[in-house]
Structures are given as structure tokens and as C-alpha cells.
Write a protein that binds this ligand. Structure first.
Ligand code: SF4
Ligand code: SF4
Length: 381
């Protein structure tokens, strides 16, 4: 595992460049068919990551069941080995008392009395305004003064201009942005990364594989490109390397769902040094990006923040099927999968009543309603 100094506090405490994201922990099915976190496997994975040198564990109040499982995984001495990072669901708090209640609940779930880094979750224009109006930052400062949290940060999903406004508005201890080879100029973007770093603010990266889009299942043109290249690496490895090549990217969060993915990531991050990409490597990544840019219909990361939909539509699943139909140039399979997975559930995309709930909560600010119409017209055979 590669480590870097997080910041100038705590005599330069080291952090692993691979941070374990706990949003997509393994799931298991209940008898009634609903899914819950597979607690035993999740604990095994979290502890294996820590035993392998990962010391940055990222969770959030709104990841279902995640804080509770992380709390259990960090028993038996594991808590002392890691930076424990979680996020306050700011939109749920109307005043200081609400922020306090949420924080106490999080400490109970995580079975700890101290959070190393506490973030204002998912700042966009509306949430930032809300934080300012409800005293969110003053509350965070009071926690820091009492020694309940070590650092104050925020996670971000909006455009570059707002990112600069937020970064410049406060003396932040860190920030968390979405960045990957497809989002170089999207949201905070690489410009935002460099702006924060120029002020000495550590930047943690989320969505390195764009919600799995840059995973094993690559389009044929991408497979041919990477298979024909001198260095033999998977698409995921190229995507991670492009990120850890950036000196300003302090920690890169990967949200793993299986032990195999975790092992794969651990081996990729064994070599996670900045400035490790050659000019030819960068050209390869640029070509990969161009192929995806021409194929992807909607930049959905599969986060599920848009759910539940009152019309019962599984929005991320519809968008995955829609993207796959174009990425793999296989509309027939797309239509079959849509019919079996979405239409047969009785809640296809044509049932959208345009209530706007999903668009209000989508961190990518996607035109969900319009794109559902397009997807339905393409996928409904
Ligand atoms: S706008 Fe349509 S897709 Fe979005 S939550 Fe409402 S009904 Fe569901
Ligand atoms: S549509 Fe938006 S909120 Fe819903 S899963 Fe995709 S990125 Fe997340």
C-alpha cells in the first residue's frame, strides 16, 4: 500500500491512497426477496482491507446499514487503526439540535466517540444555502472544539463555479469530489482539484470508475485498445492509475462489493505513486475517454439518491440498460433486458408522472425525466 501525508496537522499523519468506500458493501437477500447488507461478508472485507494497509474508511448516514456494519467491523481494536470518515445529511437538519441528534445517532451506529473527518454531505447550490441558513458549519466547529471530530470537510456534486465559491468561503480541512477519466471537465473537475490543492486543502476522490461504467465489462473498441497496448492492464487499473498519477488526489475512494474486487484494488494500489503515467499512457486514456464519450447516453453513477420513485421506476437500472445498449452496440439485448427486468416489474419508464423528486435529489443534476422518455422509446420493443 502507498501512503501520503494527509496534511500538516497531527505531525503529518499518513493516509493510504486507497480509501475503502462503504456505499456498495456486499448484499444478501432476505426471505421476502428484499436486499440487505451481508453483515458477515462486509465485516470480513473491511477488516481484510485494514489488515492489508488501508486506513481510510468512508461511510455516510444515508448509506443504508453501512454505518452500523462499519461500527461492528471496527470493534476488536480496528477503530484505532483507521481514519473514520462519515457525512452529515445536512438536508435533514433544520437547526443545531437536528444536527446534534444526527451526529449522536451516527456515533452510536459507529460505536465510537470520535470521528476523524466529518463532512457536510453532497453540497450543491440548495444544500450549501441550507447549511448556511441552518448553522451547519458553526455546529461542525463546535464539535471540533469539543474534540468530537478531527477535521471538517464537505462532499460535492455541482458545477465548477460553485465548487470554487464553496472552497473559497471557508478554511476547510478537506473536500471530496467526483473525478474519473470521463469527468475530467465535469462538476469540480480537474481544475477544481488543482484549485483546492493550491490552497493546501487535501482532496479525496469518489466515483473513480464512474459507478462501475469503467469496470470489467468494457466496449469492444476499448478492449482492443488496452489489449493491444504494451503494458497489460485492465480498464479499471488504467482508470485508477490515471487518478493516482495526480499528485493532488490525496485519497481515492473505491466502493467495493466483493472480496475479488477488493483484492484486485489492493493489488492495483500497491503501486499507487503520483507521476507514474508516461505520455503514451496518457494518450491511451484519452482514446478510451473518447470512445466512451461517443457512446454513453447519460452519466448516471448508479448512486440511487433519486429513489424511491413514487411511480416505482428503478431509475438507475433503466439508465444502466440504456447506456449498455449503446456502449455495447446491442439494442436487442437492451430491449430484452428492459422487458424482463423493468417492464415485467409493472413499473416501466413510461409511468413517470414528472413529479420532479428524482431530479431534485440527483447529485449529477441529470435530466432524468426527459432521458427516461428517450430510454423507454428505444428500449420498449
Ligand atoms: S419524476 Fe418520474 S421518475 Fe422521477 S421520481 Fe417522479 S415519477 Fe419517478
Ligand atoms: S439518476 Fe442521478 S441520482 Fe439516480 S442513480 Fe443516476 S446519478 Fe444517482
Amino acid at each position: 500500500m502507498q501512503y501520503v501525508i494527509f496534511d500538516k496537522k497531527d505531525k503529518g499523519r499518513l493516509v493510504s491512497r486507497f480509501g475503502l468506500g462503504c456505499m456498495r458493501l456486499p448484499k444478501t437477500k432476505r426471505r421476502d426477496g428484499t436486499e440487505i447488507i451481508d453483515e458477515k461478508e462486509s465485516i470480513r472485507m473491511i477488516r481484510h482491507a485494514i489488515d492489508s494497509g488501508v486506513n481510510y474508511i468512508d461511510t455516510a448516514y444515508i448509506y443504508p446499514g453501512s454505518e452500523e456494519v462499519v461500527g461492528k467491523a471496527l470493534a476488536d481494536g480496528y477503530r484505532q487503526k483507521v481514519w473514520l470518515v462519515t457525512k452529515s445529511p445536512v438536508w435533514e437538519a433544520k437547526n443545531k439540535d437536528d444536527y446534534e441528534k444526527l451526529f449522536i445517532e451516527q456515533l452510536e451506529r459507529l460505536k465510537t466517540d470520535y470521528i476523524d473527518i466529518y463532512l457536510l454531505h453532497c453540497l450543491d447550490g440548495a444544500n450549501w444555502k441550507h447549511v448556511k441558513e441552518t448553522g451547519g458549519l458553526a455546529f461542525m466547529e463546535s464539535l471540533k472544539k469539543k474534540g468530537k471530530i478531527g477535521r471538517i470537510g464537505f462532499s460535492f456534486h455541482a458545477d465548477h463555479e460553485l465548487f470554487v465559491e464553496i472552497i473559497d468561503a471557508y478554511d476547510w480541512d478537506m473536500c471530496m469530489i467526483q473525478l474519473n477519466i470521463l469527468d475530467e471537465n465535469h462538476q469540480a473537475g480537474i481544475k477544481g482539484l488543482r484549485h483546492a490543492a493550491s490552497k493546501g486543502i487535501p482532496v479525496v476522490i469518489m466515483e473513480p470508475l464512474k459507478g462501475g461504467l469503467l469496470g470489467d465489462n468494457a466496449p469492444n473498441e476499448v478492449k482492443s485498445l488496452i489489449n493491444g497496448y504494451t503494458e497489460k492492464r485492465s480498464l479499471a487499473e488504467w482508470a485508477f492509475r490515471w487518478l493516482y498519477n495526480l499528485r493532488e488526489a490525496t485519497v481515492i475512494i473505491s466502493g467495493v462489493s466483493t472480496m475479488t474486487q477488493l483484492e484486485d484494488n489492493l493489488s492495483i494500489f500497491a503501486d499507487a505513486k503520483p507521476n507514474s503515467m508516461s505520455e503514451q499512457d496518457m494518450e491511451l486514456v484519452l482514446k478510451i475517454k473518447q470512445i466512451y464519450d461517443n457512446k454513453v447516453r447519460i452519466g448516471c453513477s448508479g448512486c440511487g439518491y433519486c429513489l424511491p420513485c413514487p411511480a416505482g421506476i428503478n431509475i438507475p437500472e433503466v439508465f444502466k440498460i440504456y447506456n449498455d445498449a449503446y456502449v455495447f452496440e446491442d439494442p436487442n439485448t437492451g430491449q430484452t433486458v428492459y422487458s424482463m427486468v423493468i417492464a415485467d416489474s409493472g413499473h416501466d419508464a413510461s409511468g413517470c408522472i414528472a413529479c420532479g423528486h428524482c431530479e431534485k435529489h440527483c447529485p449529477q443534476e441529470l435530466p432524468i425525466i426527459e432521458t427516461l422518455k428517450e430510454a423507454h422509446s428505444v428500449l420498449k420493443a
